[in-house]
Design a protein. Structure first.
Length: 94
């Protein structure tokens, strides 16, 4: 009888450790996404290398919200405008 109780306790303990480690590992592996800096965007998108981002060079949320971000309406997004730009809304989880 003591043998069965001991085996059951070991099994429960082992499963608890396994589940706890698995859950911890998943949350630890998630990387928090940080928004790109203006210089990173220039390297990626500034095709004519003029130090500004034209609407034709952009994609994604920057292109979709170009008119909101280009506050001086010169047709380009400068670093100053980029820093003051509204943050894109997060996608809703299902």
């Amino acid at each position: 009888m003591k043998s069965n109780t001991f085996k059951t306790a070991i099994l429960v303990f082992g499963l608890t450790v396994l589940v706890a480690n698995n859950s911890f590992g998943q949350s630890e592996n998630r990387k928090e996404r940080t928004p790109p800096t203006f210089s990173e965007l220039l390297k990626e998108m500034d095709k004519n290398e003029d130090g500004k981002l034209a609407e034709s060079e952009l994609k994604g949320p920057l292109k979709e919200d170009f008119s909101k971000i280009d506050t001086d309406e010169d047709g380009f997004i400068s670093e100053k405008e980029f820093k003051k730009a509204p943050k894109p809304k997060r996608k809703e989880r299902k």
